[in-house]
Design a protein around this ligand. Structure first.
Ligand SMILES: Cc1cc2nc3c(=O)[nH]c(=O)nc-3n(C[C@H](O)[C@H](O)[C@H](O)COP(=O)(O)OP(=O)(O)OC[C@H]3O[C@@H](n4cnc5c(N)ncnc54)[C@H](O)[C@@H]3O)c2cc1C
Length: 467
């Protein structure tokens, strides 16, 4: 049997982070008719950061948060835990979609991350934060020129980023596939345990007086008098304002719904590495790692020295914006992931994967958050972080609150907030377009990064991902 198939045998279909004994019991669902001033829909990072910041700014504000399943069961409890200051998915993507705002977004991002870490300290939230920095490796020599340019751009907006040549890169983390790397070593970027962060935020907002109901989906949203009414299976909530923090899941507002698509991302976690296995790969700095490619992998060490490994060519979109549970465990995607893992770290042959899981990324056409308002400013949403939301959701929550009129600031004037995200086309064009793009991106990766006609057209229309 092939090494990667052997490695997958006996893996458990469960998210490593959520599969921990400290997982709290779910809170009771909402029943009966309730009232509050602000209703938050969605118990991921966005919803909880919104509740926390709203309470800190206005302690008297009466807030209810409803979550369809359990806190952290969406992307927030299932991600790689890469904590980045980036709000717009990289400086190049920022410059591409919001020209002239790159510097400001970098500053706001660093400020947001500082606020994030201060909050963890203030409420003693143990998110297992490690200030590791991150490295983006190149795997083809032809990528080095572009990567060095990206490192220069990062330095020009004040980041402590250096370029590593092949030998320097392999001295840090050893993979025969590496040709160089962009090492973001300064600042506070690092890693968290995403489930620990969710559970810590949940405990904190409960302590601040937010009423939280789990297993409580929003079923309907309507205006009612001067405010809004939300119906749930066993009750309703009347409120002044609603913040929709539902990310990749079905949004009740049509405009918001069309601004994002759900993209599935599959992940593996190894058993804890032995000291010999650690020695074989180096990685003493435990940096969050990814590679420069259209279909890139992201991987990291956990607190108990496992490696989590996600992304790559398995990332995909299903017809009709599918988010059904039946799409969560397709064997062929994990087989592919396992194969790609051993291609990167052949020296780890013999290792076992203990966990396999998936999560859904809300992707916007601008590859970063896409906020908006409806019902004359009584409803707002912050969704679509496109795979980089662990840090950015705190800022997204702030934008959502400001759009609802809570402590508005000058950020509401930025293109980043005001410029509407272009809608994804309807089916079947959506599926055809996304599937073709995915295939073309994978082909470009195999073809030394050379972009074919389709990707060039998207670039021209500013629909490409500039990273
Ligand atoms: C596999 C994976 C890896 C990732 N890795 C990283 C990473 O390393 N770094 C990074 O920065 N980002 C990463 N991301 C992205 C990041 O996880 C997300 O951007 C972020 O968690 C989004 O948070 P959220 O609260 O907006 O959405 P979610 O966490 O998805 O929360 C939305 C919540 O809304 C609830 N909901 C939906 N509909 C309703 C309804 N009708 N009524 C009530 N509740 C509802 C859902 O149940 C869900 O809990 C990754 C994502 C995935 C899937």
């Amino acid at each position: 049997m092939d090494a990667h198939l052997r490695a997958l045998e006996n893996s458990k279909f469960a998210c490593l982070w959520l599969d921990q004994s400290s997982r709290p019991e779910p809170l009771r669902p909402l029943s009966g008719d309730r009232r509050c001033e602000l209703l938050i829909v969605g118990g991921g990072f966005t919803g909880m950061w919104a509740a926390l910041q709203a309470k800190e700014n206005n302690p008297e504000l009466d807030i209810i948060l409803i979550e369809a399943t359990e806190i952290g069961n969406g992307a927030s409890g299932r991600n790689g835990g890469f904590l980045s200051h980036m709000l717009a998915h990289g400086d190049m993507n920022a410059e591409y979609h919001f020209p002239g705002e790159t510097q400001k977004l970098a500053e706001l991002g660093r400020q947001n991350l500082r606020g994030f870490i201060d909050t963890l300290e203030r409420y003693q939230i143990d998110a297992r934060y490690e200030n590791t920095g991150s490295i983006v490796a190149t795997t083809r020599h032809s990528q080095n020129e572009h990567a060095e340019e990206a490192a220069r751009l990062a330095r020009s907006v004040g980041e402590d980023t250096v370029w590593l040549n092949r030998d320097e890169m392999r001295a840090k983390v050893d993979s025969p596939t590496y040709c160089g790397g962009i090492w973001r070593r300064g600042g506070e970027d690092g890693l968290v345990d995403p489930a620990y962060l969710c559970w810590g935020l949940k405990k904190t907002i409960l302590a601040l007086g937010v009423r939280v109901f789990e297993r409580t989906p929003l079923v309907r949203l309507n205006s009612h008098g001067n405010g809004m009414q939300v119906d749930c299976p066993n009750g309703s909530v009347r409120c002044q304002k609603v913040l929709l923090a539902t990310n990749a899941f079905r949004n009740p507002i049509r405009k918001a719904r069309h601004s994002i698509i759900p993209v599935w991302d599959y992940v593996l976690a190894t058993e804890p590495l032995s000291s010999a296995q650690r020695e074989a790969i180096g990685w003493k700095g435990r940096e969050g790692l990814s590679n420069i490619a259209n279909m890139f992998h992201y991987y990291r060490m956990t607190h108990d020295d496992r490696i989590t490994w996600g992304g790559g060519t398995t990332v995909c979109y299903y017809y009709g914006s599918g988010v059904d549970d039946s799409l969560a465990d397709p064997r062929k995607r994990y087989v592919q992931l396992a194969k790609e893992f051993l291609e990167t770290f052949p020296q780890l042959e013999g290792i076992r994967f203990t966990h396999r899981w998936s999560g859904i990324i809300g992707s916007s056409t601008r590859f970063c958050m896409a906020p908006g308002v409806a019902f004359d400013g009584k409803v707002a949403w912050s969704i679509g972080y496109t795979g980089l939301g662990v840090g950015a959701t705190r800022f997204g929550a702030r934008v959502g609150l400001e759009l609802l009129g809570y402590n508005p600031s000058e950020i509401l004037e930025m293109q980043f907030v005001r410029k509407p995200a272009m809608a994804w086309p309807p089916e079947p064009f959506r599926w055809i377009g996304v599937t073709l793009t995915r295939k073309e991106m994978a082909r470009a990766d195999r073809n030394d990064g050379k972009r074919g006609l389709w990707l060039k057209i998207l670039d021209r229309l500013k629909l490409g991902f500039a990273c």
